[in-house]
Design a protein around this ligand. Structure first.
Ligand code: NDP
Length: 267
């Protein structure tokens, strides 16, 4: 029997850890399938490429999640609200699309316990998934972004939004960094002094970035808050995609093997 093919579409895609994560689970479970990177240049051709490659499933990453949403034959669940998808599956010759970033995030913040209010820093694709997932659980969410442009989606969805210019301090149980700021020292998603005031009135802090402690997360830790980086979010979006790909429920041992594969260098 021919091996089933799974792909990740992105640009860039070289750094993606998804192939090693999914392949480690295929191998462990003796499933005759493989998962590969696919550098895509034309965002209008995601579905065509997926079909042409005869793949059984795929993940979609930056910057194609919105394009992938628009091209899908059927969008399932919360992805309809987010208007972006990260997972494709071929069933009965149709392309079904899902967003597993949203439930992946919810699973990742479970350790924090009960949360009633959240401030999300950033307003990109990841912020959309997180905001809609929290809203679905009736958690109060506000968005703070550097510029106004990307806030339109959130306003339409009924969220209270701020730019740096009109931000008002408040109490939040959880602060989430969904900006890409944090890869360099002193690279904070908002002014450090504003961040310090926000942390004074918060309990938990989550950063979507993984693999390093960002200045944002370090500051929160030093202020005595409970913190978590993006590893679990990445892991669980992958676990949920894998479960959709294979129509199975993963056991803890396989999930831990997937986690371990994330610690290896990208191949
Ligand atoms: P987008 O490009 O869609 O959005 C980026 C956001 O960050 C924008 O709101 C932008 O603000 C803001 N931003 C960028 N640079 C700065 C800066 N220097 N200071 C303040 N704000 C800044 O990105 P994504 O939403 O797709 O991804 C965001 C981050 O989340 C990435 O670091 C990515 O690696 C991570 N991620 C992690 C996942 C996980 O599983 N752990 C899953 C998906 C993403 P503006 O509108 O003003 O430009």
């Amino acid at each position: 029997q021919e091996k089933e093919k799974f792909l990740i579409f992105g640009n860039p895609v070289e750094h993606s850890k998804s192939p090693q994560m999914h392949n480690s689970a295929f191998e462990h479970l003796n499933i005759n399938s493989y998962y590969d990177k696919y550098l895509l240049t034309d965002g209008k051709k995601i579905k065509d490429t997926f079909n042409h490659e005869n793949a059984k499933g795929a993940n979609i990453t930056v910057p194609f999640k919105e394009d992938a949403f628009r091209q899908a034959d059927e969008v399932v669940g919360i992805a309809n609200e987010i208007e972006a998808v990260n997972t494709y599956i071929k069933k009965d010759n149709k392309v079904f699309a899902y967003n597993t970033d949203a439930p992946g995030f919810m699973k990742a913040i479970k350790d924090f316990g009960k949360i009633k209010s959240v401030l999300i820093l950033g307003a990109g694709g990841t912020a959309k998934a997180i905001a809609m997932a929290l809203k679905e659980e009736n958690i109060e969410v506000r968005i703070l972004n550097r510029s106004a442009e990307k806030l339109a989606f959130f306003k339409t969805q009924g969220f209270k939004t701020y730019t740096w210019g009109n931000f008002q301090m408040n109490h939040y149980d959880l602060i989430v960094n969904s900006t890409s700021a944090g890869l360099k020292d002193e690279d904070y998603p908002i002014k450090k002094t504003t961040l310090e005031s926000i942390f004074l009135n918060a309990k938990f802090v989550f950063d979507c970035i993984y693999g390093k402690e960002t200045p944002f997360l370090k500051l929160a830790r030093l202020e005595g808050l409970k913190v978590k980086d993006g590893e679990d979010m990445l892991l669980y979006q992958g676990v949920l995609a894998f479960e959709l790909f294979t129509d199975t429920t993963l056991d803890n041992q396989t999930i831990e093997i997937m986690r371990k594969s994330l610690k290896e260098e990208s191949l």
